[in-house]
Design a protein around this ligand. Structure first.
Ligand SMILES: *Cc1c(COP(=O)(O)O)cnc(C)c1O
Length: 372
């Protein structure tokens, strides 16, 4: 036996999370010019960062020898005001991934279970496995969450249900009626994590006032992030909104300084920059139309998406999908393969700037042509 053999079996069984390929890695591997490479693999904001947030973060550099405000006082006050919740209902996280992890650490233990959908965000099984709890994956319906089946999958041991809406990588959105029916029926002894990382990209007609549901459902936690529409993926800030008692437990477990001072300053300023979020939303809508039109013209099947990304299916077999992925890389376009999501024939592309969407479509056309 060596030391690592003593690590719990459930830890040794973990498959590491596969992030989107960084531009620098592709440049190293294929010797491409970095200016000719675009990354549409991690649902990052193609507009970059809010100028207000950028300025606030540069100013925050003056204070980085000091620990951050561990309570996140100012950011919580701003979130509280924006969303009409009390500050003691807020949990700040090092990205919303941190919130997902905290939920698992607070409510799961070996022998407990968590329910999530097939094709749902890969971090759910990961945080569940880290605790040694059982992950129950429920077959998707038309790539979306089958909330009725997920309700049926809840066992007496189940302590968490993860719902991503919109979901990544499928872009599917659960209907408000279905969500409310689920919340009404599921046991109050089960925490429902409603992951709304792409909330800011929802068209007006699909917006829902999910935060108001917190008053009715003390077992609900809503997670949001500054990584997507706010353009702050690199500084890692997300938050959860929940009942005070749930938030209190999660705040006890988190690291005392889990959100860094640059992130706190950036998120506070980004929250005020509604113009930037509106521009991000508008660019995404236009880009989504551009890409869906382009894919349709190429005869490529895609899953209609409510996020800032689109998953499409390459005809033929898995080998074809791999060839298209590789060809796109050769042409300097990084997208995301979805094998780990049980969608081995799909690739996911993030909506980019108009020029990036154009380059992607041209490169994809060529990649598909190479298959013949
Ligand atoms: C991107 C994403 C997140 C956000 O992760 P952060 O840790 O906040 O960067 C959360 N959930 C889903 C489904 C996502 O796609």
């Amino acid at each position: 036996m060596n030391l690592c053999d003593f690590a719990p079996e459930y830890i040794r069984a973990i498959q590491p999370y596969q992030p989107g390929k960084p531009i620098s890695e592709l440049v190293r591997e294929l010797g491409l010019d970095e200016h000719n490479v675009i990354k549409l693999a991690s649902n990052e904001n193609p507009l970059g960062t809010s100028p207000l947030a950028r300025e606030a973060m540069i100013n925050a550099l003056n204070q980085i020898s000091l620990y951050p405000d561990g309570s996140g006082f100012e950011l919580k006050a701003a979130i509280s005001q924006r969303y009409s919740v009390n500050t003691d209902q807020i949990i700040l996280g090092n990205g919303s991934n941190d919130i997902l992890d905290l939920a698992a650490r607070v409510f799961l233990k070996p022998g407990a279970a968590a329910v999530y959908s097939q094709h749902a965000f890969a971090v759910y099984p990961l945080v569940v496995q880290t605790i040694g709890a059982n992950g129950i994956s429920v077959p998707a319906r038309d790539y979306g969450h089958d909330l009725a089946a997920m309700l049926d999958a809840v066992t007496p041991e189940t302590r968490i249900v993860f719902i991503a809406s919109p979901n990544n990588p499928t872009g599917t959105l659960s209907e408000v009626d279905d969500l409310l029916r689920f919340l009404e029926r599921v046991s109050r002894d089960v925490l429902v994590v409603l992951d709304e990382a792409y909330n800011e990209y929802l068209p007006e007609a699909n917006k829902r006032n999910s935060i108001s549901w917190l008053k009715r459902f003390p077992n609900l936690i809503i997670t949001r992030t500054f990584s997507k529409a706010y353009g702050l993926a690199g500084v890692r800030v997300g938050f959860g909104l929940a009942h005070t008692d749930v938030a209190d437990l999660m705040n006890r477990v988190r690291q005392p300084f889990n959100v860094n001072s640059i992130g706190l300053a950036g998120a506070l300023a980004a929250l005020q920059d509604t113009e930037f979020v509106e521009r991000s939303y508008a660019l995404n809508r236009t880009g989504m139309l551009h890409l869906t039109d382009g894919l349709r013209q190429l005869g490529i099947e895609y899953i209609p998406s409510f996020g800032n990304f689109l998953s499409f299916r390459v005809e033929g077999d898995v080998a074809n999908t791999k060839k298209v992925y590789q060809s796109l890389l050769q042409q300097g376009v990084i997208v995301r393969p979805l094998g780990i999501y049980e969608m081995p024939q799909h690739l996911r592309v993030t909506i980019g700037l108009e020029s990036e969407n154009q380059k992607f479509l041209k490169s994809l056309e060529r990649a598909i042509g190479e298959l013949a």
